[in-house]
Each structure stands twice: as structure tokens, then as C-alpha cells.
Design a protein around this ligand. Structure first.
Ligand code: MG
Length: 260
């Protein structure tokens, strides 16, 4: 693959730049290359519990400076963009979700209440039966059901823990309604990233570590795709799976070598 036809790059973070709190190989050199060649980039994560600020801080802790808030796309920022486009400020929202999501919704002018026109649900570390019940009653009464992201699980030090998709599944089961979901592999997050970069999808490269979300979702919108093997997917998954990225790299070092 060559960077000649690439005018923008979207990167997943966990499994691409770092794994938990461990920085992966070649990250600094890759950012240097993007900055030297003035290639615009965005960072996209399904994690709805953290704000863009949290990610700018985390990048800075790893010595990656100069990333601006608007370059960070999370399933929460994508949800807020979607709501802004479709509902006026002041619209009432019932949230089953974390503080990152709540903060962004309030900052965007939405009113968080129990008796709301919309239900936005995602990973909620303080999930209770009462919240599931309230979401169910509202959706059954006609509220739109919006999900931040589909991830059924996410990795923790103790093993796989229930993700946003598990919360959505509970509400979906109780309401017989399928949520409109914002995060990868769904289109809204990839559309949000293109809007930030101002690039056409066929000139935009998605770099990810998950075939079903990062790669399949980006391909559906017409992005070019590169898989790095520093996260979830293995070479075996690529060899035996039906999702085929344009290129596969051991890590960002080998990706950069190919592009240099
Ligand atoms: Mg990842």
C-alpha cells in the first residue's frame, strides 16, 4: 500500500496505539510521519465513558502532543453530533451511561431527565434495574432508542467484562426495539471522522485492530483499511475470516515502513 493516494487517516486507539497502559511499538514515529507530511488524522474509539479531553490527556502522558479535542471521535461525541443534527437544544434525554457521555450531552445543551423524549444507552458502570426499567418504559411509550456502541464485552485486567452491547441487549429484549447505534461498525462514527478530515472515503485510511468493527465498518463506507496485529485480531483470523483488509501489518512500525 502507498500513502500517495491517502489524504487522511483514522486510527482506533486501544490495540493500535496502546494496550491498556502500555504504549505499542512505532507510535511516536508514526505520528511524526503524519505530522511531517501534514496528513490530517482523527482518532476513533467506541469507548463512551471517556471524553475527548481524557484522550488528549492520555496521549500527552505517552508523549504524543499536539492532538486537538476535535480530532478525537468517541461513540459519545458521535451520539451528541447525531442528536444535535436531529433534535433541537433542550430536548430531554434519559441516559443509561457513564459520566463522559453525560458531560458531553449537557455541554451540548440537552436536558438529562427521567421523563425524556429520547433514551441514550451505553456502558454504565452504575447500571441498576431501576435504570433499565425507566429506559424500557420510555421506549415502550415512544421514545427513540439510541445506542452508543455495540461492543458486547471489553477487556479488563480480570478478563472480558460486559460492554455497551450487553446493556443495549437488555433494553432491546425488554422493548422489542432495536437501537440506532452510533459506534463502529455502524456508519455514524465513520461519517463523523470523514467530516472532521474533510476527505473522501476512498482517500482515507482506517487503521484498526478489530476486523468486525474497525475494518468491516470502514469498508462499508468505502475507506481503505489496514489491520495491525497488536490488538484483538490475529493473522489466523485474517487467513480464515471473510473480512479482508487492504493490508495487514505486525505493528505501526511495519505499517510506517510500507508507507515511508
Ligand atoms: Mg481497538
Amino acid at each position: 500500500m502507498t500513502l500517495a493516494n491517502i489524504s487522511g487517516v483514522v486510527m482506533d486507539m486501544d490495540g493500535v496505539l496502546w494496550r491498556g497502559d502500555v504504549l505499542l511499538p512505532g507510535v511516536h514515529e508514526w505520528f511524526s510521519l503524519l505530522q511531517t507530511r501534514a496528513i490530517p488524522f482523527a482518532l476513533a474509539t467506541n469507548n463512551s465513558t471517556k471524553t475527548p479531553n481524557d484522550y488528549v490527556d492520555k496521549l500527552a502522558r505517552f508523549g504524543i502532543g499536539g492532538v486537538e479535542l476535535h480530532q478525537i471521535v468517541t461513540s459519545s461525541t458521535t451520539t451528541v453530533d447525531y442528536l444535535r443534527k436531529h433534535y433541537p437544544a433542550g430536548t430531554t434525554v434519559f441516559v443509561v451511561g457513564g459520566d463522559g457521555l453525560r458531560t458531553l450531552l449537557v455541554d451540548a445543551g440537552f436536558q438529562l431527565t427521567d421523563n425524556a423524549q429520547l433514551v441514550v444507552a451505553g456502558l454504565d458502570p452504575q447500571l441498576t434495574y431501576a435504570k433499565l426499567k425507566q429506559a424500557t418504559l420510555l421506549i415502550r411509550a415512544g421514545a427513540e432508542f439510541i445506542g452508543t456502541n455495540d461492543d458486547r464485552t471489553f477487556p479488563t485486567a480480570e478478563g472480558l467484562a460486559p460492554g455497551a452491547g450487553s446493556v443495549l441487549a437488555a433494553i432491546q429484549t425488554a422493548t422489542d426495539q432495536i437501537p440506532r447505534t452510533m459506534g463502529k461498525p455502524n456508519a455514524p462514527m465513520f461519517e463523523a471522522a470523514l467530516a472532521i478530515l474533510g476527505t473522501a472515503p476512498e482517500q482515507t485510511l482506517m487503521i484498526g485492530d478489530r476486523l468486525e468493527t474497525d475494518i468491516a465498518g470502514a469498508q462499508r463506507l468505502g475507506y481503505r483499511t489496514a489491520l495491525v496485529l497488536t490488538g484483538v485480531a490475529t493473522a489466523d483470523d485474517v487467513a480464515h475470516g471473510h473480512i479482508q483488509p487492504d493490508a495487514v501489518y505486525a505493528d505501526l512500525n511495519t505499517l510506517r515502513d510500507d508507507f515511508a
